[in-house]
Design a binder for this molecule. Structure first.
Ligand SMILES: Cc1cc2nc3c(=O)[nH]c(=O)nc-3n(C[C@@H](O)[C@@H](O)[C@H](O)COP(=O)(O)OP(=O)(O)OC[C@H]3O[C@@H](n4cnc5c(N)ncnc54)[C@H](O)[C@@H]3O)c2cc1C
Length: 301
């Protein structure tokens, strides 16, 4: 069931639809796009509303139809199940940072995600902003995306044509650009819980914790066989055009023993992976320095 209303969302007039089921949301999006309308999904609005209000009226793109996802049943669900002997956490598309902080499963099995959520904005943002919205916005400074990259997350994309699964690392195509096709919604995000002996790391460096976008933020999951790195996955924010997976660093350390790792070689791999820039929050050289330091902490502490 849906409710239809006319709403003044910011400066423009648009049709507002509020579906109760994800399939209905996908159908509404398809129908609106099929009519040639400009349609978009709205979750917590913490990116959308800010972006639209920052733009001068004449530069804001008119939107014909907004699909409000906040009425979808069970869209805040966090479920844990066993798959091939590993614990998998599934976050429905409406899961907020606050949901992550409150979840017993996250607290018990993946506290790094709750730590990340605690560092996003302040409580007001955490209760509205969603993990899926963080992914769909594809900002280079996305804390949630950094954590999900380190966890090797998979996106479940839903459209009127059906569902497909895409690895998050393959879904980030460039600055604010994702592989979501028009009409696709993020229905859920899944991660495999790291093994008990893994080194799991989160650290955000910014001017202050609350409300500050990061100068650099790093998440990592290092799986070990004794002292040998079986795999190392990273997600780092604010050092490249997209929140970045540091693929070169992962390759440089895989199979090596931590005790014998060449720190200079790891630093060189970091420098090769990222393209930090100067902006209002920091400088490129400082960001490079901090990223190297965080990668060392993640590997060696
Ligand atoms: C004051 C403030 C502080 C902030 N601090 C931080 C911070 O410290 N770290 C950080 O990473 N971010 C921060 N943010 C941004 C963060 O709140 C957003 O990135 C948030 O996660 C986006 O989720 P949302 O639900 O609000 O998305 P919305 O704003 O509703 O939507 C954002 C985009 O995602 C799309 N979308 C939303 N849900 C879906 C879905 N299920 N499927 C497909 N597309 C979808 C929308 O169409 C839109 O294009 C901050 C924002 C503010 C205003």
């Amino acid at each position: 069931m849906s409710q239809v209303a006319h709403a003044a969302a910011g400066l423009e007039r648009c049709r507002l639809l509020r579906p109760r089921r994800l399939e209905d949301a996908a159908a509404m999006l398809a129908e609106s796009l099929g009519k040639g309308e400009r349609a978009m999904a709205l979750a917590g609005g913490t990116d959308v509303i800010v972006d639209r209000h920052l733009l001068p009226v004449d530069r804001a793109t008119a939107i014909d139809c907004v699909i409000d996802l906040t009425g979808i049943a069970d869209f805040h669900a966090i479920e844990r199940r066993q798959v091939d002997g590993r614990s998998v956490l599934r976050f429905a598309g409406g899961v907020t940072y606050w949901d992550l902080r409150q979840s017993r499963d996250v607290g018990a099995h993946l506290p790094m995600l709750a730590d990340m959520a605690r560092d996003v904005g302040a409580v007001q943002i955490q209760t509205r902003g969603t993990l899926a919205g963080n992914v769909a916005s594809a900002s280079p400074a996305a804390d949630g995306v950094a954590a999900l990259l380190a966890l090797g997350a998979t996106l479940e994309l839903v459209s009127a044509k059906g569902a497909r699964r895409v690895a998050l690392k393959d879904a980030l195509l460039g600055y604010r650009k994702t592989a979501l096709a028009p009409g696709e919604l993020i229905g859920a995000i899944e991660v495999v819980v790291p093994s008990a002996g893994a080194k799991v790391f989160w650290r955000k460096v910014g001017t202050r914790l609350a409300q500050a976008i990061s100068k650099v933020a790093l998440a990592s999951v290092v799986e070990l066989d004794g002292d040998v790195v079986r795999s190392a996955a990273f997600g780092v924010a604010s050092v490249a055009a997209t929140t970045h997976a540091l693929g070169g660093v992962s390759l440089a350390v895989a199979g090596a023993s931590l005790a014998s790792l060449d720190h200079a070689a790891v630093d060189a791999a970091v420098a090769n992976d990222i393209r930090p820039i100067d902006d209002v929050r920091s400088t490129g050289p400082y960001r490079l320095h901090v990223t190297k330091a965080l990668v060392r902490q993640a590997l060696f502490l």
